[in-house]
Write a protein that binds this ligand. Structure first.
Ligand SMILES: [Zn+2]
Length: 216
């Protein structure tokens, strides 16, 4: 089974990706994590990518395709979950070709959906620990003690880019970029939108219903 998980920042995609991967024994392909790993291992690709990031420009598609191609070559015999790639139609077309080349196909694109106001509301409650990096949400995933890290017992911080204006701008860019993807996967009969309202267990139950129904 090959799945793609879509959803704007703040929708709880990382949490659901972990739950899905664990439940269905899938290997996750997160291009963001893979790029960070290439950089920390100081590979040729990592060095190139680092330059783009330092200049504040997007990593070119060709570099992403190389990463994904290597990932597919290594993991083509098991179930896969793609998180954060492809994020536009051009990438989706190349992704399809890369899969076809090794006789694989994408089964479903699952889109976690939350209204913009709900995302702003949710991100307003997001906190992190500056010491260990653990993330919390005061509503959906609160620390044991009021605004203190469970492990480090120091005050939690709010990310500076979680202000309402920045969140709305990020959403706008995300929507512009990914809206055509929805059309693309809908026309292939692979698109499934899932409400990201509620607890992580409720959301995960909706996802497993869709996946299990699709497999049957
Ligand atoms: Zn901590």
């Amino acid at each position: 089974m090959i799945l793609l998980l879509l959803g704007p920042p703040g929708v709880g995609k990382g949490t659901q990706a972990d739950l899905i991967a664990q439940h269905y024994a899938l290997t996750t392909c997160s291009t963001g994590n893979m790029l960070r790993e290439e950089i920390s291992r100081n590979t040729e690709l990592g060095a190139a990518v680092k330059q783009y990031l330092e200049k504040g420009v997007l990593v070119p598609d060709s570099q992403l395709f190389t990463l994904v191609e290597h990932f597919l070559a290594e993991h083509m015999n098991g179930g896969l979950l793609f998180d954060g790639f492809p994020r536009n139609v051009n990438q989706a077309r190349v992704f399809e070709t890369l899969l076809n080349n090794i006789d694989l196909k994408l089964d479903m694109a699952i889109d976690l959906h939350l209204s913009e106001n709900d995302i702003v509301e949710r991100l307003a409650h997001r906190r992190y620990c500056s010491k260990c990096g653990r993330t919390y949400n005061l509503i959906t995933n609160p620390p044991k003690e009021n605004e203190l890290c469970d492990t480090c017992h120091i005050a939690l911080m709010r990310r500076t880019d979680d202000t309402e204006n920045v969140i709305r701008r990020r959403m706008e860019i995300y929507t512009q970029e990914t809206y055509p993807l929805i059309t693309y996967y809908t026309s292939q009969g692979k698109y499934h939108q899932i409400s990201a309202q509620g607890t992580k267990q409720e959301i995960f139950a909706r996802i497993t219903n869709i996946i299990n129904g699709n497999k049957a």
